[in-house]
Design a binder for this molecule. Structure first.
Ligand code: HPA
Length: 248
């Protein structure tokens, strides 16, 4: 199968509306089941694959996502270019709720996740270059598509990835800020490194749902507000990706 684009949906994006001639694929992988079926369909005259990272009913928490199975399944269906949509908290002042960001760097604070396809008995140890965790041409394509749609979007930022599923403490966010993080999410890693191991083009479209703990004025973070902001930000995803697929 030829796929022009694969999309991994995060919190707030459990189905990709507007796909035509859809097919569902339940893919067996050497790493167990993916988060759910992959749905392929036509979108802007191209073939798109969609996978809900947390499952279609949001039942798989960030630390239990089978990242290896998800990437493997997309790759085995023919995906070569993947846009990961991630809900994040903003740390930097200009990254408030509903801001769109295409990060260019990652700091990984997660633990206990499988971070390599070669993390199996007897497999050769593999060290890969990860100086630039995202594919620059794909980052630029997302930015150009968003701007062509008349949307404000921030180019670059350090995406700190925490274990979840709880949100962070103020002290943790203060430390992440000192570390240089601009955004915080729970699912950016090991997704990006596994994509690199498969030589996929890979970039993240981050949707800011809230100011991270202590980064805004709020004493605490409202989960209802997170989902309201996410819903609004998510409405931009299909137009951006449609433009990415048919730029003219
Ligand atoms: N922290 C981590 N992940 C998130 C947040 C946050 O504040 N908001 C949305 N995803």
């Amino acid at each position: 199968m030829t796929l022009d684009l694969a999309v991994i949906g995060g919190s707030g994006l459990y189905a990709f509306e507007g796909l035509e001639n859809t097919e569902r694929h339940s893919v067996d992988t050497p790493f167990g089941p993916a988060s759910g079926d992959i749905v392929t369909g036509d979108f802007h005259g191209k073939r798109l694959a969609f996978l809900a990272r947390h499952g279609e009913s949001h039942t798989v928490p960030p630390h239990r996502v089978n990242y290896r199975a998800n990437l493997w399944a997309l790759h085995s269906l023919g995906a070569r270019r993947v846009v990961a949509v991630n809900a994040v908290g903003g740390i930097r002042d200009d990254m408030g709720p509903r801001t769109l960001v295409v990060p260019d760097q990652v700091i990984d604070y997660t633990h206990g996740r499988y971070t390599s396809f070669n993390d199996v008995e007897g497999a050769e140890v593999r060290h890969i270059d990860f100086s630039e965790p995202y594919t620059e041409s794909l980052r630029q394509a997302i930015l150009a598509a968003a701007r062509a749609e008349g949307l404000a979007i921030i180019d670059g930022g350090v995406h700190g990835v925490t274990q979840g599923p709880r949100l962070e403490t103020r002290a943790e966010i203060a430390r992440m800020k000192r570390d240089g993080c601009d955004l915080v999410g729970m699912t950016g890693m090991p997704e990006a490194v596994l994509a690199r191991e498969l030589d996929l083009e890979f970039a993240c479209l981050a949707l800011v749902a809230n100011f991270a703990a202590g980064a805004g004025d709020e004493a605490e973070i409202s989960i209802e507000e997170i989902f309201a902001h996410l819903k609004a930000a998510t409405a931009n995803v299909a137009p951006i990706l449609g433009r990415l697929l048919s730029p003219a």
